[in-house]
Design a protein around this ligand. Structure first.
Ligand code: MRU
Length: 355
């Protein structure tokens, strides 16, 4: 099992994804500031992994707070939450996890807990619960999604929505592929390289190869050609935030792949845990799109590709309109259009079930 991150007695242990596939190096992050910085710099990335990391970072920060009362801890904690929430704007899992941690303090206050160590322990337990639930959710969505993948299929994916993008183990889009394989199907993957951070070429290819799942890397601009050749049976991608109407934000380039899939009559699936569904955002237009440092586009690592001083856009995400999405696979079942209804039903359902 790939260990993306874990809670240890020394701090949060994380695989430095910036170095993959060349180097497998784990870092120990010993403060909430270090965790926030790791999220910002994409040591850890992928919506669920960002949420789990933020929760663990907050637990770390709370444990290090020197306040002697619950009120002191709450004061420090508020600031830590702000720092964490300022790391990356698009993945709603970050805000969802921070809110879950906030609720721990709110509950302790409502129960009139006065022993500060008790609140710190509860925060640590909550972060570990978020970690464990993420692994379970991805197993569940893998089972639901695996049913949609035909035996012998070749699946195109974009970015990395695998073990590395989650608490570990299965992943979301790659969880669907692993779910199909665990159900006895043969599946091969085509991974878009995913400029500019190369999550497909570096991370998806690395984790699938490690699991002996057949993977072929293409450059992003080959997707149309490969679809036209009839080589793709379906597309499965992850999501960073799914609006109430089913519009889904994911890694830049996903929208382009969805349009191409429509043109070639190839089903386009989005796989994400229910924590990625944001019913408070009505449509994709309301999803904040992160813009990152131009250097990610102008350089590959330290090698400069573009002439000095040219203008650059570096949008990290785009939004795929719901009408291009065949189904949204969650840990609570598969949502289909009309998404406003099906997603709301899944969000309000407490236990996992197929829709
Ligand atoms: O910028 P990143 O690498 O954090 O973007 C990741 C993606 O877009 C993933 O596809 C998404 O978070 C889903 S991960 C299960």
């Amino acid at each position: 099992m790939i260990k993306t991150l874990e809670w240890t007695s020394e701090g949060v242990r994380m695989l430095d994804q910036r170095l993959l596939p060349n180097e497998e190096k784990y870092l120990i992050l010993r403060s909430y500031e270090e965790v926030a910085d790791a999220i910002k710099k994409m040591v850890v990335r992928g919506a669920p992994a960002i949420g789990v990391s933020a929760a663990m970072g907050l637990a770390l920060g709370a444990n290090q707070s020197v306040g002697t009362s619950v009120a002191d801890l709450e004061y420090d904690f508020k600031f830590m939450c702000q720092v964490m929430e300022a790391t990356r704007p698009t993945a709603v899992n970050l805000f969802w996890a921070v809110e879950r941690m906030r609720q721990v303090i709110a509950k302790a206050k409502s129960e009139k807990v006065t022993y500060v160590e008790e609140v710190k322990n509860r925060l640590t337990d909550e972060a570990i619960a978020i970690f464990n639930e993420d692994i379970e959710s991805n197993r569940a969505l893998g089972r639901f999604g695996g049913e949609l993948i035909p035996d012998g299929a070749t699946v195109l994916t974009h970015c990395n929505a695998g073990a590395l993008a989650t608490a570990g183990d299965y992943g979301t889009a790659l969880g669907v592929i692993r779910g199909a394989i665990d159900a006895g199907k043969r599946v091969a993957v085509i991974a878009d390289e995913t400029r500019p951070f190369l999550q497909g070429a570096r991370l998806t290819a690395w984790e699938l190869a490690k699991d002996n799942i057949p993977v072929t890397v293409i450059t992003d601009n080959m997707a149309g050609h490969v679809m036209k050749q009839g080589k793709i049976d379906c597309v499965v991608v992850g999501a960073d935030r799914i609006a109430a109407n089913g519009d889904a934000a994911n890694k830049i380039g996903t929208y382009m792949v969805a349009v191409l899939a429509k043109q070639h009559n190839i089903p386009f699936y989005v796989a994400a845990p229910i924590s990625t569904v944001d019913l408070s955002t009505a449509t994709g237009d309301g999803i904040p799109i992160e813009e990152r440092d131009a250097k990610e586009v102008t350089h590959v690592r330290d090698h400069q590709l573009t002439p000095e001083g040219v203008g650059v856009h570096n949008f990290a995400f785009d939004v795929t309109p719901h009408e291009l999405i065949e189904a949204i696979i969650t840990d609570r079942g598969v949502a289909r259009a009309p998404y406003t209804e099906s997603l709301r039903n899944l969000v309000t359902t407490r236990s996992a079930h197929a829709s």
